[in-house]
Design a protein around this ligand. Structure first.
Ligand code: AMP
Length: 397
């Protein structure tokens, strides 16, 4: 069975085709500059990567272009479109309406429309991607796999904000979290490794956007991102958690209007704003190595905040069996992992400094560490493909 996984952005659309017999990717690619001119990069495994300029005025035309590449005799890997059993779409925010992976119908699309306010940058492009696929592949089932779904098991004390209850209800304001598909994948892998379905795990997804989750017996019980992906630890250009009073103060003093403030908090803060160097941790590290004190402070801030979340979530779960690192920083930056988990022996957390430095090393805890420490490359696309297959095969999710 072949499943196509689609991740639609405003002017781009990433795709991967999975052969679910082997659970391997057989082809992948990227449609870029949708609505501008159009460029497609396609790579069938074992064949040469191709790049083509193809007009893509709409997402539907981008979908047509990728289907043509997948079915092309030279560069493709399937006979025709009917070989694709279903399409799985990555959805960033499902609000309180879409709380598990689901087959698309009119009601589901109407529910996703309601999420526009909660994730304005993502929901519109997602809808364009889904409708584009429905137009080009009208008889192929479309499935939504939703990032916020994994966090729906949080208890009220973890997801509630102390604002007037009626307003929270009226505007669906609560903690939803993000990166749920990644937290679900890596915590599942950690449970497999530990051989303990009841394990207490803290998963650290540290990338350009970062979030940390507490996963108890396979269920998310808390997570650092909130109503939107702005809350939690310092990120590439997002501020993470700050005193809310800072927002009106800066709006008044700097004359920043309300509609610009959200973009400012998302794009001008974090590593970029604090270091003044870049939103990319590699650049920030290079600057710190040259003696840039603000760059060093930005690095120290993230490590300190990770440490605090690990401690807080161990308290919330009444114990800790495993800490998992994933995503760009989590998988690659051994110094960040070491700094974040330094001096936590009293928690039973002890890193093996040498293993930690070996790229691709899975277990990085010391032999006598009570808590296991793992580096697990995330694979959100595989979760999307698996859920999509399960749903079209009639399995309960
Ligand atoms: P992601 O959003 O998961 O792609 O992660 C992007 C972040 O990972 C950026 O801040 C990068 O600087 C960081 N990153 C990627 N590779 C490395 C590396 N080898 N060492 C340190 N940071 C890295």
């Amino acid at each position: 069975m072949f499943i196509l996984v689609v991740n639609a952005g405003s002017s781009s659309l990433k795709y991967q085709l999975f052969d679910m017999d082997t659970r391997e990717v057989v082809a992948k690619g990227l449609c870029e500059r949708i609505g501008i001119d159009g460029k497609l990069t396609h790579n069938t495994v074992g064949k040469e990567k191709v790049q083509k300029d193809i007009p893509m005025p709409t997402h539907a035309q981008a979908v047509s272009a990728l289907v043509e590449s997948l079915t092309d005799k030279e560069i493709g890997c399937i006979e025709d479109m009917s070989a694709i059993s279903a399409v799985g779409h990555r959805i960033v925010h499902g609000g309180p309406w879409l709380i598990k992976s689901v087959l698309v119908d009119d009601k589901v699309l109407a529910d996703l429309e309601k999420c526009r306010d909660l994730a304005p940058l993502h929901t519109g492009p997602h809808l364009l991607g889904i409708r584009g696929c429905m137009e080009v592949m009208p008889s192929t089932p479309q499935v939504l796999v939703i990032d916020t779904a994994f966090h729906q098991t949080m208890p009220p004390e973890a997801y509630t904000y102390a604002i007037p209850y009626e307003l929270a209800q009226k505007y669906a304001i609560r903690r939803y979290g993000a990166h749920g598909t990644s937290h679900r994948y890596v915590s599942g892998k950690a449970i497999e490794y530990l051989g303990d379905p009841n394990a207490k795990i803290v998963t650290c997804h540290l990338g350009n956007g970062s979030s940390i989750s507490a996963v108890n017996a396979g269920k998310c019980v808390d997570t650092s991102m909130g109503l939107t992906p702005l809350e939690g630890v310092i990120m590439g250009s997002r501020c993470g958690s700050i005193d809310p009073a800072i927002v009106p103060l800066l709006m008044l003093r700097e004359g920043i209007p309300a509609d610009k403030m959200g973009a400012w908090l998302n794009k001008q803060c974090g590593f970029l704003g604090l270091s003044g160097v870049s939103s990319d941790l590699r650049d920030v590290r290079a600057a710190a190595a040259q003696g840039n004190g603000r760059a060093k402070l930005a690095i120290d801030l993230l490590a300190y905040q990770i440490k605090k979340y690990v401690g807080a979530y161990a308290a919330a779960m009444n114990g800790l069996d495993c800490v998992v690192f994933t995503a760009g920083i989590g998988e690659n930056d051994s110094e960040m992992r070491a700094l974040a988990l330094k001096d936590m022996e009293y928690f039973g957390i002890k890193l093996d400094e040498e293993k930690n430095r070996v790229r691709g090393c899975f277990e990085i805890h010391a032999d006598d560490s009570k808590v296991k420490i793992l580096v697990i490359p995330t694979n959100e696309e595989l979760v999307i493909a698996s859920d999509t297959m399960d749903i079209v095969s009639g399995k309960e999710i």
